[in-house]
Design a protein around this ligand. Sequence first.
Ligand code: NI
Ligand code: MN
Length: 228
Amino acid sequence: MLKLTFLGHACFLLEDNAHKVVIDPFLSGNPVAKTSPGDLKADFILLTHGHGDHLGDAIEIAKKNDATIISNFELAYFCSQKGVKKTAGLHIGGGSSFPFGSLKLTIAHHGSTLGNELAYGGNPVGFIVRMGGKTVYHSGDTGLFLDMKLIGELDKIDVALLPIGGYFTMDVNDAARAVDFLRPRKVVPMHYSTFDLIKADPNDFARKTKHYGAECIILKPGESHTLE
Ligand code: NI
Ligand code: MN
């Protein structure tokens, strides 16, 4: 069993019976988020890249919960320099086991600075997470890339979390093509309509993904979906 809760933008909470893993906790300053960082409990925090709308409140949440931040090497090192005690800096193509299951880092075509500093944050990544007997792919911020076919071949993806907002990432049409490449059982759109620049219609995305056999689950911030 794996419970997936959308916390707005690219932020998701993954829970099995024993562990809480949060991805890209951008909550304060997020106009659509309903959860405050002080209320969020997490054992592990996964960061796809250092942009403010992904790093978000990760450092504060990690310190408060004694949580481990998992990211690329450069961003994990940055977090440790900011006083986070437990970090794991992996890199693209690599992975590891953790108490919640395991994960692997994938490529993502995007940029990555360190928080609000215009400093090199390593390469942005996506995550394949195995937890609660399920496989989740969070692509991070990315444009469409053909290697998504390989990602879908190597792992049977139960749910893919994909940006659809355009401007900084894939739009609805490119994200629908990503579903064609990845062939997940289910797909959840993210990274849209948080701001005017990335307005998109998730129902249009749901229509476009239908031929690829994926069930599109549209979650409003705060809503959950359980994978049995
Ligand atoms: Ni970004
Ligand atoms: Mn972003």
